[in-house]
Design a protein around this ligand. Structure first.
Ligand code: SAH
Ligand code: TYD
Length: 405
């Protein structure tokens, strides 16, 4: 039995991926198998509806000076965050007297839009290397972990925020109560707290199990977010579905009783209950569905190897660490992974030691098949590679099922 991080209720895991390395620990040299791992199991708390990792590595092991994820590698995400900044500025009527805070601003992909529009803003970002890129764009950044203890410091130099935003960060933080306490203290009376993360409903529907890795401690739903908000005198006032990261949800929260609650919230909660996201038994088939994808993909990769086809992969994502290590993918099956992120080049994938090579070498490598680990960017990537891939080459995808294109 495990204790829920939200309500301390006891619950059992519904899927166990075994021992996993740090998802973004791309190593400069081949590392031995006995390097750091943690046991990756996921459970559902029937009391507060939160789906969560049971164990998670210390935050300093994941977020540091050599953090490997740079948000601005996707042009689509740049557009997405520009439109998020615009819609928030419009909704809250932001201007040069307003104040926006972003938790986990990474390389400044979102805040650069506020800087461009002359709206004062501040990023809080513990991974120094990505924070430096944000600073170089003229964004003010505090290089630290956000939690309730740093709000006093923020308030001694800045004012309360009209908007607090956080994209793909809330789901990373096991000490979420401290975050919500901090948000409650930092947010103006009529302010809004907007965050978006991969959506539980889509992970279950598509069996996108690779959204589960060390950094993703929670998979949120409207059910769990509204329960959590209530515990902090906050209120979920809107939910908006996003196509990013394979299916995400944008949650807007405000101080309780201050803003009008959209009917989107009750509609989504009704839908979630209808599909059983509030019941333990709905999660029981998940592990079996993952294992079906595992069997099918390994069968395809072994067959290609036996037929002397060259298989490479595209996108050294955090998600791929779960796929590679849970499925047991080796260089025997996938020669290397091409990626655009400079810090990942000439490194090796966590634990499995698959070489990561610069994207610039992808086309010269003449693969027959390309396993798309960055499947969440499929539209952007397949469009970019269309003319090259047409010449007798094939993509392999595995979410929601194994397909050869
Ligand atoms: N918002 C960006 C980055 C997501 S990656 C995007 O959507 O692309 C997650 C980021 O959260 C990392 O840059 C990590 O350093 C940061 N992070 C992790 N814990 C944090 C905390 N407690 N406070 C602020 N940022 C945090
Ligand atoms: P992403 O799927 O956004 O994140 P995560 O690490 O959370 O699973 O990561 C995308 C990775 O794919 C990143 O390492 C950059 C790489 N990438 C490319 O190599 N080419 C591209 O065109 C895009 C969009 C991403």
């Amino acid at each position: 039995m495990s204790k829920c991080l939200i309500c301390e209720n006891n619950f059992k895991p519904f899927v166990d991926f075994g021992n996993m390395p740090i998802a973004n620990a791309f190593a400069k040299k081949v590392v031995s198998k006995d390097n750091y791992t943690f046991r990756m199991k996921v459970g559902f708390c029937e009391n507060c509806y939160m789906v969560q990792l049971i164990e998670q590595p210390d935050r300093e092991k994941m977020f540091h000076e050599n953090y490997a994820f740079f948000s601005s590698t996707s042009n689509y995400m740049k557009e997405h965050f520009k439109s998020l900044a615009n819609s928030i500025a419009k909704f809250q009527g932001l201007n040069k007297d307003s104040f926006v805070v972003e938790i986990g601003c990474n390389d400044g992909i979102l805040l650069e839009n506020f800087v461009f529009d002359g709206i004062p803003c501040l990023g809080i970002e513990p991974s120094e290397n990505v924070a430096r890129v944000a600073k170089s764009k003229g964004i003010q950044v505090i290089s630290d972990f956000f939690d309730k203890s740093i709000v006093e410091d923020v308030l001694s130099s800045y004012k309360r925020a009209d908007v607090i935003i956080s994209a793909n960060v809330m789901c990373h933080i096991p000490y979420i109560h401290s975050i919500f306490d901090g948000v409650k203290a930092l947010l103006k009376e009529d302010g809004i707290f907007v965050f978006e993360d991969p959506y539980l409903g889509e992970v279950i529907d598509k069996t996108s199990f690779d959204q589960i890795y060390d950094e993703h401690v929670f998979l949120f739903s409207a059910l769990s977010v509204s329960t959590l908000a209530n515990m902090h005198e906050l209120e979920l006032i809107n939910v908006e579905h996003q196509i990013t990261h394979g299916g995400s949800m944008r949650y807007t929260l405000a101080h309780k009783g201050i803003k009008k609650v959209s009917e989107n919230v009750s509609n989504l909660i009704i839908k979630e209950k209808k599909i059983g996201l509030d019941k333990r038994h709905s999660y029981e088939g998940f592990a079996k569905d993952v294992d079906k994808i595992k069997c099918d993909l390994i069968l395809v990769l072994k067959d290609l190897r036996d037929r002397n086809k060259k298989v490479v992969a595209y996108g050294a994502t955090s998600k791929s660490t779960t796929v590679i290590n849970y499925f047991g993918i080796t260089t025997d099956l996938v020669k290397c992974i091409y990626d655009t992120t400079p810090i990942k080049h000439y490194t090796f994938s966590p634990s499995a030691n698959i070489p990561i090579l610069p994207y610039e070498e992808f086309r010269q490598s003449q693969p027959d098949y390309v396993l798309l680990f960055a499947w969440n960017h499929a539209t952007e990537i397949m469009r970019k590679e269309k003319s090259y891939m047409e010449k007798d080459k094939h993509w392999i995808t595995y979410i929601p099922k194994v397909e050869i294109h």
